[in-house]
Design a protein around this ligand. Sequence first.
Ligand code: NAD
Ligand code: AKB
Length: 312
Amino acid sequence: MKKILVTGALGQIGSELVEKLRETYGTANVIGTDIRIAEGAAEKGPFEIVDVTDADKLFSVAKDYQVDTIMHLAALLSAKAEANPKFAWDLNMGGLINALEVARELDLQFFTPSSIGAFGPSTPKDGTPQETVQRPTTMYGVNKVAGELLCDYYYHRFGVDTRGVRYPGLISYVSPPGGGTTDYAVEMYYEAVRNKAYRSDIDAGTYMDMMYMPDALQAIMQLMEADPGKLKHRNAYNISAISAAPEDFAIAIRKHIPDFKLTYEVDPVKQKIAESWPNSMDSSAAREEWGFKAAYDIDAMTKDMLEKLRSK
Ligand code: NAD
Ligand code: AKB
């Protein structure tokens, strides 16, 4: 039986991951934590306020609940990190090493997501290999590469069972995205339903990897249950489902909302970040080592997103 502590549990991923983990392992076995509290969060199951930069608090909550796993999600995403790089370093690296230390001291299984942001302009853009050049030009990317290495270090040096994926931009309808470069794709769906129009801050022709949240959650569950003997690339696996530019989302949306209008007002900071990231990653290591498979392509995701947002 697993008992899991999730940091950053109220964010875009955490708000849905906690629910899915509770369905699988039981409500009492999943402890949501975040630096803030959201209305109703404490009524749905165990919840504690934990700032991940407070190592002692993180340790004592993990110990009190006798968890056997940490899923560490608390972080500052790419666009926000670029606006405040020193703060991003302190949160992204400070929080990660605190969480890894708790895992080491209490002998816990460990998951944290890396990102397409761990790659940079000198990385091959198409079919980006699992192992390739990683020289990102953003603070977020620097944090993600250092984080991947730190997780490898804790596995090799201390035997902590660390596992991770390089997520693409995640698209979802439950909680809004937290300040990334790929947020435009989520916003486009919301605005398509509200106003039949969207102004993109990422330019036409800018391809990035994307994925629908159900596939992202399924990947965590599968990776964490995978036979450790089969995992050669623990931290972190390329996983992708969709390679798309803004106009590709618009084409998919127009199959349901024919008069949807897409215009552009490019944000130069986000555009530069987007152009430094891959167009499409090669997910073959994840497929081979733990059976990763995405269920949603752009059309299946668009149909579901629009249905869910309309009923929301
Ligand atoms: P998010 O911004 O939506 O949520 C982050 C959560 O962390 C928020 O609820 C916030 O309140 C909390 N938080 C902030 N500072 C904290 C602190 N000091 N202590 C505790 N909690 C704090 O982020 P997300 O999209 O859910 O991302 C989670 C992880 O997945 C991050 O590591 C992110 O880099 C990674 N990731 C996300 C995406 C994506 O598209 N969402 C893609 C690739 C990787
Ligand atoms: C971001 O845009 O910062 C995130 C990510 C891909 O890591 N969505």
